[in-house]
Design a protein around this ligand. Structure first.
Ligand code: MBD
Ligand code: FE
Length: 311
């Protein structure tokens, strides 16, 4: 069956009616975007001869995706979240805004509400026999290289099983385990005492992994640590670093790896004096460079639904 019906008056009118394009009420932007997305979908059905069975398989897939609560996970896995970064990078370049720490995707696993500490925070709450101690530290500076005192550095990462607290299916972690927030000191310094993470894998029975299986892709990420860094008069930075040496560093299912976001991991001793669980520990220095507001506004801040917990 190779019919083309998109360009008929009947279908044009159907698309306009479905999006209420000519109605006076409703949100104009919403109508515009919906009309365009529906039109593109209808065009794909025409062009690729997508069958009714395939359409209903897709509709049922959306139901499973919602039931699994994985729409934001899928957004990372199909490159949608990376695409938004590529667009923000391009917008920055066009505006002559360069030189800050590169952004990379937030992902779906941030939890708001973690208590804020001054300068240093120990963020491993639950014991994890398979994870060694890790110290993450550095300086927050502005684009001119001046240390930013009082900047808020938030971090979150997985445990030795690749699970994040609040989303851990084993129930092994308390709410803010491996999540922290510190205010930089007068020299712009921050420090987290934590445990070495392992890479994340999509839930094997979930909708995201189901889609990836169908196209022969894996759903794994290299070990990584997420950050938000915010300060007065600076744009909020969303980024991550990867743990050097992870075999998946250039094979991340969410496409978050960037050359500048792979800091060296150093072996150190003296962990006992720092209160770490072993004297030998790993150390990562990671410095953040923020970028200024654009015409007084943070044009890179992203609003999205995020989990929250009470301290
Ligand atoms: C993660 O830990 C993550 O960072 C992303 C982007 C997607 C799934 C899990
Ligand atoms: Fe993550």
């Amino acid at each position: 069956m190779s019919v083309k019906v998109l360009e008929t008056k009947e279908v044009r009118d159907l698309l306009k009616a479905a999006a209420n394009l000519e109605g006076k009420e409703g949100n104009l932007r919403f109508k515009q975007v919906l009309h365009r997305l529906l039109s593109d979908l209808f065009k794909a059905i025409d062009d690729l001869d997508i069958t009714p069975d395939e359409v209903w398989a897709g509709v049922n897939y959306l139901n499973k995706l919602g039931q699994d609560g994985e729409a934001a996970l899928l957004a990372a896995g199909i490159g949608l979240e990376k695409y938004l970064d590529i667009r923000m990078d391009a917008a920055d370049k066009a505006a002559g805004l360069e030189g800050g720490t590169p952004r990379t995707i937030e992902g779906p696993l941030y939890v708001a509400g973690v208590p804020v500490r001054d300068g240093v925070a120990k963020i491993d709450v639950n014991p994890d026999a398979d994870a060694g101690p890790l110290v993450i530290h550095g300086t927050v500076t502005d684009a001119a290289g001046r240390p930013v005192a009082g900047a808020l550095v938030e971090c979150w990462h997985a445990n030795s099983k690749g699970f994040y607290s609040h989303f851990d299916p084993t129930g092994a972690q308390s709410d803010f385990n491996l999540r922290g927030a510190v205010r930089t000191d007068a020299n712009g310094k921050y420090e987290f005492h934590t445990l070495m993470p392992v890479g994340y894998g999509c839930p094997p029975q979930g909708a995201t992994q189901q889609l990836l299986n169908g196209i022969a892709r894996h759903g794994n990420r290299p070990a990584h640590v997420h950050f938000f860094v915010s300060a007065d008069n600076q744009r909020k930075l969303t980024t991550q670093f990867n743990i050097e040496g992870d075999p998946l560093i250039w094979d991340d299912f969410a496409y978050a790896t960037r050359e500048e976001l792979i800091p060296p991991v150093t072996e150190k001793t003296g962990g006992a004096a720092l209160g770490l669980k072993a004297d030998a520990y790993k150390d990562i220095e990671f410095n953040f460079v923020l970028t200024p507001l654009v015409q007084g506004k943070d044009n890179q801040v992203v609003h999205r639904l995020r989990a929250a917990a009470a301290a």
